[in-house]
Design a protein around this ligand. Structure first.
Ligand code: FNR
Length: 525
């Protein structure tokens, strides 16, 4: 993989603050602006790359994972799909674009990704219904029908995108919250309003929020991509504010090749130029020496797609955008028919590359699995008592867990509180916990989906080894449960007598399960 373009820098951090003056920028583009396209644009000379717009609600459901096989940082949705994938190579120059209509949610997402990106952008230019429409009045059936009829695949609550343009208070709130709340530069991308004056006033208001730059797509909300771009409006904005203005919208009329980028910049008096379609058709538009033949561009794109395990449907979509008029050629037809990354590679006579690359991946996966095994081996301390058990909540009364029983037993026996140490395997992200009780370690040999479950399993191993009841429904009466029942009964009696319902703290501590972190620090009374 080392021979692939742009991968050599992995592991290096370039810690520069983003500057938006004199830059050539890859625009955010849904489906197009994924990692392979961004890296290719950087290779060809783009200075800054924006990711495709990602919706705040969807991002908030994601987990951040370090993918050791691909050497990427992945944000993974609950359905295991990669929502955002990035890597060290672009860390200093990728701007994360988000769709949001809510300041707090936007901030939460920004904090989630802040350390992996160079800046955060709020999209205020998307005119599509799924972004702009306020769905609060819809019932679930209407909403479902609308989702199907508009082929809406993105989770959204509307009020985002271009709808924000008519809600400057909300714009102000989102941008101010972001600027105050994160350390990275914040930008936003707008479309122009019906009047130049209103547009300039809006941008002046946006400037006051402290954003580092503003990207202006020089079209109105209702204008289509083939309508002429309003360079005069972008120019009026550039002259009215002192923050960098990034001119966008020139692909159709202006930007046919590299030298046109400067022409567009001059026509708009902007600080930087952002390119979408011209870069989607041929990302080597950013190359000052001129275009690279499309065949080479597509092959380089495929290399990145394979290297970063891009979903084949996305790879296919981007290649179709590049092939455009050539979709009817033999190669175009093969691409159209391809149902996997392998078949795409075959269509581009890159079957050998695919084989070699996947062999390298397999080797990496195997070595990562071996590392995982080694981690297991480290846990294979012969002094640790092990059993293959899992915690199943259904086997216990509500609010009762093995961890509580173990804590209670330790108190009774005057042992220090149990100490849980949990590790997570990078490969499958499962957890294993080791609990230390009276200087003896216990663990389950089964790995769990969460830290909580892993700790409960470790507690069960300990309780079973010690022959102490673990609180299961099937155990029936035992001294600990009896004690608890007695306490509950006392508590009820107190209630019946109208006494204070709050439990004395020493009693409450008995059956409150503390997290392992707190367990380490807090000793019971
Ligand atoms: C876009 N555009 C866009 N804009 C944005 O802010 N976020 C996004 O996710 C997308 N998605 C997107 C997908 C595709 C396929 C296209 C073609 C466009 C709009 C884009 O960034 C840009 O504003 C316009 O295309 C105008 O710029 P060009 O194409 O004239 O350079």
């Amino acid at each position: 993989m080392g021979a692939l373009p742009g991968t050599a820098a992995t592991g290096m951090t370039v810690n520069t603050a983003l500057c938006f003056r004199g830059k050539k920028i890859l625009a955010p583009m849904v489906r197009v602006g994924t990692l392979p396209m961004r890296l290719l644009a950087l290779d060809y000379g783009a200075d800054i790359v924006y990711c495709e717009e990602l919706i705040d609600i969807k991002m908030l459901q994601c987990k951040r994972i370090i993918n050791e096989v691909l050497e990427t940082v992945d944000f993974i949705a609950p359905n295991e799909r990669v929502v955002f994938r990035t890597c060290e190579r672009e860390r200093h120059c990728v701007v994360f674009q988000m769709g949001s209509a809510d300041a707090e949610r936007a901030l939460a997402v920004a904090k989630l990704v802040e350390n992996d990106v160079a800046g955060i952008d709020i999209n205020m230019g998307c005119p599509k219904e799924y972004s702009t429409k306020d769905f609060s009045g819809f019932n679930s059936i209407n909403f479902f029908v609308l989702m199907i009829t508009t082929k809406m695949t993105r989770l959204s609550e509307g009020g985002m995108g271009a709808a924000l343009l008519s809600d400057p208070d909300r714009i102000e709130s989102i941008l101010t919250t972001l600027v105050k709340g994160i350390c990275k530069p914040v930008t936003c991308k707008i479309r122009i309003l019906p009047s130049v004056e209103d547009t300039v006033n809006l941008v002046k208001r946006i400037e006051k929020t402290g954003v580092a730059a503003i990207a202006v797509h020089g079209r109105k909300k209702e204008e289509r991509p083939q309508h002429p771009v309003h360079c005069d409006v972008i120019k009026a904005i550039s002259e009215a504010v002192s923050i960098p203005v990034i001119a966008n919208g020139g692909s159709h009329d202006f930007i046919k090749e590299y030298t046109d980028i400067e022409t567009f910049q001059k026509a708009t008096a902007a600080s930087s130029v952002m390119i979408a379609r011209a870069a989607m058709w041929n990302p080597s538009i950013f190359r000052k020496e001129g275009f690279v033949p499309l065949k080479d561009v597509m092959q380089n794109y495929i290399k990145y797609a394979v290297r970063y395990d891009n979903h084949y449907t996305n790879t296919k979509y981007c290649l179709c955008q590049m092939l455009r008029e050539q979709l009817e050629t033999t190669q175009g037809k093969k691409l159209h028919a391809a149902q996997s990354t392998q078949e795409i590679c075959e269509a581009f006579e890159m079957a050998d590359f695919y084989e070699k690359s996947t062999a390298i991946f397999e080797a990496k996966k195997t070595s990562s699995e071996t590392e995982t095994q080694n981690e297991d081996d480290q846990l294979e301390d012969p002094d640790v008592i092990k059993m293959a058990v899992r915690f199943d909540k259904r086997e216990y009364p509500p609010q009762i867990t093995p961890k509580m029983y173990l804590l209670e037993w330790c108190r009774k026996e005057k042992h220090p509180q149990p100490v849980y140490e949990t590790v997570q395997r990078p490969l499958d992200r499962l957890f294993c916990s080791v609990v230390t009780v009276a200087e003896q370690k216990y663990r389950s040999t089964l790995w769990d989906k969460s830290k909580k479950l892993a700790e409960q399993a470790a507690a069960i191993v300990c309780l079973r080894t010690l022959g102490v009841p673990e609180g299961k429904l099937c155990e029936g009466e035992n001294h600990l449960i009896s004690k608890r029942k007695r306490e509950d009964q006392e508590h009820l009696n107190n209630r019946d007598h109208g006494e204070d319902l709050a439990e004395p703290s020493h009693k409450k501590a008995n059956f409150i399960e503390e997290s392992s972190d707190r367990n380490v620090r807090k000793m019971p009374q």
